[in-house]
Design a protein around this ligand. Structure first.
Ligand code: MN
Ligand code: FE
Length: 333
């Protein structure tokens, strides 16, 4: 029986060999090679800077708190989506192998924010309720929860054309919008701190998270593309139009979040530049799933794409990233 990506029987789903979707296996191996844990990254310099009266401006503190607030709950939201719904409907064993790896990485990311909050002695009730109390964060989370509602229904299956469209719609919500757009204003803001040698421990953790997320996004895009290739009838112009509209909405919400976290600009970064960056990456995300670009904006942060496109280990920030290779090799895929 030739393997396909969806609709497995309970026994077929355990036959990982022979591999049909080599990309899923490759992402699994890349994930394993990128292994890291937050506790190995020292936080001493961050703690000293954070405690120092005039160490950081109010605007700088706001950026850090907003990003900790968003990421602290977003990582487990993603983990829950993978485990409770994507895993259930994607029966292909090599994809499931990767989903297990991704779920573990999301747990490491959740752990990272526990470690950050503990190190800086932040009030967990404040940080972990920002997804409710801060409208610009709440709107992003609500958008993702809303877009993924149908497949959370325990009776949901992926048998009919409409079901598969719903499922792909939700995969776009998880991978393209949540991991591919909603994380990226934060990455730009936090890696800009690292670039200016501030909050270097947290910055380094964001570097590792970005490296992991790059693979999550690549897997999600290949998963979407494979489902579409095997079910080409779902890819109607109405359906692709609705996906493009959701990506546009995602850019708006992420821009609102950037305006709220960064009302006055910090360390040479402002919300206008982040808007341009979001448009630039939204085009890349659309092209990755074979849809046309819509913004044609240029990349205002070549330094950031340099980090992401690095193929070989390179001591970009002259920190300890390159020596941090106990079990993994450093590759920005
Ligand atoms: Mn993550
Ligand atoms: Fe992720």
């Amino acid at each position: 029986m030739v393997k396909k990506i969806l609709n497995y029987s309970e026994t077929e789903t355990n036959k990982i060999l022979p591999i049909r979707y080599q990309w899923a296996r490759d992402y699994f191996l890349m994930g394993v090679a990128n292994n890291w844990v937050p506790e190995e990254i020292p936080m001493q310099e961050d703690i000293e800077l954070w405690k120092k009266q005039d160490g950081l401006s109010e605007d700088e503190r706001r950026v850090i708190i907003w990003n900790l607030g968003f990421f602290s709950t977003a990582e487990s939201l993603t983990a829950n989506n993978i485990v409770l719904s994507i895993y259930r409907h994607v029966g292909n064993p090599e994809c499931r192998q990767y989903l297990l790896r991704q779920a573990y990485e999301e747990a490491i990311h959740t752990e990272t924010f526990i470690y950050c909050c503990d190190s800086l002695n932040l009030d967990p009730d404040y940080i972990y309720n920002m997804y409710i109390n801060i409208p610009s964060i709440r709107e992003k989370d609500e958008f993702v929860v809303e877009i993924t509602k149908s497949i959370m229904d325990p009776g949901f299956t992926v048998k009919t054309l409409t079901d598969i469209q719903k499922f792909v719609n939700d995969l776009v919500g998880y991978y393209v919008i949540m991991e591919g757009i909603f994380f990226y204003a934060g990455f730009a803001m936090m890696l800009n701190f690292l670039r200016h040698n501030k909050m270097v421990g947290i910055g380094e953790m964001f570097q590792y998270i970005l490296r992991d997320e790059t693979i999550h996004l690549a897997f999600g895009s290949d998963l979407i593309n494979t489902i579409v290739a095997e079910n080409p009838e779902i890819w109607t112009s109405d359906f692709t139009h609705s996906i493009i509209e959701k990506v546009k909405r995602g850019v708006e919400l992420e821009h609102n979040y950037a305006k709220d976290s960064l009302p006055h600009g910090v360390l040479g970064l402002n919300e206008g530049m982040i808007r341009e960056y979001l448009e630039y990456i939204a085009d890349r995300r659309l092209e990755r799933i074979n849809l046309p670009r819509i913004y044609n904006s240029r990349n205002p942060f070549p330094w950031l794409s340099e980090i992401m496109d690095l193929r070989k280990e390179k001591n970009f920030f002259e920190r300890r990233v390159t020596e941090y290779r106990t079990r993994g090799q450093l590759k920005w895929e």
